[in-house]
Design a binder for this molecule. Structure first.
Ligand SMILES: [Zn+2]
Length: 232
């Protein structure tokens, strides 16, 4: 059960459009883990709450389940996910379908209150994309510390900072990758979950978490913007 929707842009919890009025006081997050992001100011044009779209069933599975082997295709776990594991639709296709905000479930680490949070797709993607373009040489194929240890949102119920944690699906095929990307919370995934992503997106990589996490960020950005500067 959720108690409302929190709109977030650039680390700001905003309660202007809370669905059921259950979110209590909110405020700007501390961006001490995000020094590079500190100067960016996407504060206006907060996400709308979008109607829930249904998963596309337009394409039929082309790889039927074989005994003893996993199917290549799955039922898309989210309206923005594809039938391929660990894959999301390009931003252009999502926008064309009217999907402009990406939501996901979070829960407070302290008071355990669940929240539904959504991010503005275009704004968050632009922010991450700009950051990657400006800093990839410095990153040397490794995720920066604030990707590894994401600064989490403040809980709207108990108001503790850094306490709203994304709920990550137990079954890896159901993980809300796009939500985690836009919230820069992919670092909340385990190494095993990140390796699952890389395995199913042709990034067969082993190694330390900062390396696999970096590859996950770039691969997801590439899925969203196939012509963007995200090739390794
Ligand atoms: Zn709380």
């Amino acid at each position: 059960m959720v108690n409302g929707v929190v709109n977030m842009v650039n680390g700001v919890v905003n309660n202007n459009n809370v669905a059921h009025g259950q979110i209590h006081q909110t405020g700007a997050l501390r961006n001490h883990h995000h020094p590079v992001h500190g100067g960016l100011g996407f504060r206006g044009g907060l996400a709308e709450i979008v109607a829930t779209a249904r998963p596309s069933r337009g394409c039929r599975a082309t790889h039927p389940v074989k005994s003893g082997r996993k199917s290549h295709t799955i039922a898309p776990p989210h309206p923005w996910a594809m039938e391929l594991r660990a894959s999301v639709h390009p931003i252009r296709a999502l926008t064309a379908r009217g999907i402009t905000a990406i939501s996901g479930d979070m829960q407070c680490k302290r008071c355990e209150q669940p929240s539904r949070v959504e991010y503005n797709l275009a704004q968050q993607m632009a922010r991450i994309s700009n950051f990657v373009q400006a800093n990839r040489d410095k990153m040397r194929d490794r995720a920066p510390i604030w990707w590894l240890n994401p600064a989490l949102p403040r809980c709207p119920s108990c108001e503790h900072e850094n306490s709203l944690k994304p709920v990550i699906a137990e079954k890896k095929r159901n993980i809300n990758w796009l939500f985690l990307l836009l919230g820069e919370m992919l670092g909340c995934c385990t190494l095993e979950q990140l390796k699952y992503f890389c395995k199913h997106t042709s990034n067969h990589r082993t190694g330390a978490k900062d390396r696999v996490l970096y590859l996950t960020y770039l691969a997801l950005c590439k899925q969203l913007d196939p012509t963007g500067p995200f090739d390794r």
